[in-house]
Design a protein. Sequence first.
Length: 154
Amino acid sequence: GRARQRGEDGKSDILASYYDFLDQPEEAIRCCNQALEDWGVREEEENPKDSRVAECLQLRERMIRTVQAAEARTKLLTSLNSAAVHHQQQPSPVPIPREKVSELSCHDFYERYAKRREPVIIVDGVDRCVLKGTPRWTFDLVRQEAGGKVATLR
């Protein structure tokens, strides 16, 4: 029971291995610390001569890295989830100005929109661009002229 987990019989290192197998790194670290305390191992000991102590220290370091990685993963997922929620809250659409082609000179168009890369809707632009005597641009005209054509993607 509790006496066995506390390492009073010197088996905390074995319990740490079981907790590692069960994917419970926090418990494995606790058992490693208990085993090292039972053996009188100091924290600063780098190259222990006893192989059990060396294995226990290695297991503890691996479990500490596992816990740190899990915490980092949780932190990353939390930040990604909050970023996704923030991204889903779309801003309201920006109104796009409408200009009549008769009221917009080429210079004004360049200065106000093209130069700044600002969108603009030119409301009567198509009618002014079509030559006199040519058919008006409609979906039917586009289908008639280009309906059977297939564009190849590069």
